[in-house]
Write a protein that binds this ligand. Structure first.
Ligand SMILES: *[C@@H]1O[C@H](CO)[C@@H](O)[C@H](O)[C@H]1NC(C)=O
Ligand SMILES: *[C@@H]1O[C@H](CO)[C@@H](O)[C@H](O)[C@H]1NC(C)=O
Length: 123
């Protein structure tokens, strides 16, 4: 069991250093040991082509309109699909973990596009 944990940790570190600038906020909600009591409520890819002379950006709002029935966000992942140093950067503008909404902004580097997988967990 201990060895397994180590193997999993090592794997995560390798993935993190291979990806350019992935980011995450909050943490998965755990009921008992490894049992998660949140679940994925959103997953989407955002891709932008490079525009010469500009950084491109894209705002992501989830949900489009929050209501009192919207689930509370526990964890957000922004996974950079670029496997080199040209990746963009994802940031939270408003809301996030502990809120029932989030407003993210993805910004590329100058003269670069981006490709991000955004995953949101909630309960
Ligand atoms: C979200 O969190 C608030 C404050 O803790 C709570 O009152 C509300 O019931 C939660 N919403 C859901 C859908 O669980
Ligand atoms: C980095 O990878 C992306 C996606 O594969 C590609 O579009 C971009 O041109 C690459 N950048 C460099 C400097 O190779």
């Amino acid at each position: 069991m201990k060895n397994m944990k180590f193997a999993v940790l090592t794997f995560c570190v390798l993935v993190a250093s291979a990806a350019a600038i992935s980011n995450h906020w909050g943490q998965r909600s755990t009921k008992l040991f490894w049992m998660k009591d949140d679940h994925k409520i959103y997953s989407n890819n955002f891709v932008a082509n490079p525009v010469r002379g500009f950084a491109v950006s894209r705002d992501v709002k989830f949900p489009q309109y929050a209501t009192k029935f919207s689930q509370n966000i526990t964890y957000i992942e922004a996974i950079d699909n670029f496997r080199n140093s040209s990746g963009g950067h994802a940031m939270i503008i408003a809301g996030g973990p502990k809120f029932n909404f989030v407003h993210l902004r993805i910004v590329s580097q100058l003269n670069q596009g981006f490709s991000f997988l955004i995953k949101i967990y909630g309960k």
